[in-house]
Design a protein around this ligand. Sequence first.
Ligand SMILES: Cc1cc2nc3c(=O)[nH]c(=O)nc-3n(C[C@H](O)[C@H](O)[C@H](O)COP(=O)(O)OP(=O)(O)OC[C@H]3O[C@@H](n4cnc5c(N)ncnc54)[C@H](O)[C@@H]3O)c2cc1C
Length: 413
Amino acid sequence: MSTRPSPIEIVVVGAGMAAQRFVTRLLASASARVRVTVIGDENRPPYDRTRLRELFLGAAAGDLQLPCPAFEDDRVTVILDDRVLRIDRRARSVRTRSRRVYSYDVLVLATGAYSARVAVEGAALPGCFSYRTIADVKDLRRFVRARSDGLGRSLRGVVVGGGPLGLEAAGALQTMGIAATVVQYAERLMDAQLDVTAGSIVKRHLQARGIAVRTATRVTRIDPDESGAVTAIEFQDGSFQRVDVVVFTVGMRARDELARNADIEVDPRGGVVIDEGCRTSDAAVLAIGDVACFEGRRAGRTGAAYDMAEVAAERLLGGTRSFTGSDESAAATVAGVEVASFGDALTRTPDAVDVLYADPVAGVYRKLVLAEDAHTLLGGILVGDASAYGALRTLVGARLEDDPASYVLPVRG
Ligand SMILES: Cc1cc2nc3c(=O)[nH]c(=O)nc-3n(C[C@H](O)[C@H](O)[C@H](O)COP(=O)(O)OP(=O)(O)OC[C@H]3O[C@@H](n4cnc5c(N)ncnc54)[C@H](O)[C@@H]3O)c2cc1C
């Protein structure tokens, strides 16, 4: 890089979590001869999206802000509240909503993802919300205040989507005094992370907290009242439920439209295709974070977004670090329940065996998935008490020294 006569012009589209990590890593090198322009369409600097629920517990939006000392560096220009609308690959420039044009040597797409909604009539009515941004939460809270004042009663809410975010959203509705129901299309809650027993134990936890759960249920329509706001939700079995607020948590869709429109390769299932150096089909364009698709998979997790950000920055600094894929392990407290799943949690490996302990009454479930030799740990699920998650996760791929049952059975004492 030092042989170049002038600094490399880098334009980063998106000012979210991946962009923050990318710029921080790049600018950590005092000698990096770069000029970086970050363009974000939210009206605030990068913040920690994974802490969004704290806004329901009294945190202010500013509390979620990520430290961005690198944004103060002379080599960095940050433009917020503007959106890149178009990439001109031949001219190597981008154009924004405010008609500004920025030239680049290297373009970094860090545009994240949209929170998806089910495609049914009424999904865009007042009272229907996504759960992705600080603005989403502010809009939801404003609506809830106005609607409960207008109706003179507490509200009823439905969360469509029973994954981790859905359960988090249901807990958030409850903190606002809203009677919440989680509606899940799959047969069980958190079907990507949990098996049947774990899913039913989490369901019992939620019900014990006063959150209703409907699994194997498909939403077919959302109905407005005379004011135009949501008043009922209809299901495939012909039943319906009165509702004042609907929150969609049915997955994410990569914000890959800029790449699509510029003929940069996009995976058929969404996401900008990248190689192990985070390069797209255009060598001058990198993609990192939720917008990127590596080996047919989109990660949708901070760990992967940060890894990609560091790989992209280090490559630009002349390094050779590679992105090797994301670890889908996760541990969280969802609606008051500790839940963790790691490795081959759903026992997909041929001839794998499960060692498990379940106490549905106490709400505890521990499962280890072992290879055919009954000793090599492949993955596991913990519900009710996830304290062993950190230790077990690091043992994935290793042979357990002790009797595997000793890891799941309750300690008698
Ligand atoms: C409620 C919630 C909880 C979560 N919890 C967890 C968790 O516990 N663990 C975990 O690992 N992950 C979690 N995630 C996922 C995690 O937040 C994402 O993986 C992470 O934010 C990805 O970072 P990113 O920079 O790719 O996307 P983002 O952080 O979404 O940043 C992308 C930014 O680009 C902007 N943008 C998009 N298009 C343009 C454009 N054309 N011009 C300008 N700006 C644009 C967007 O507005 C956004 O600000 C959670 C997500 C949510 C929503």
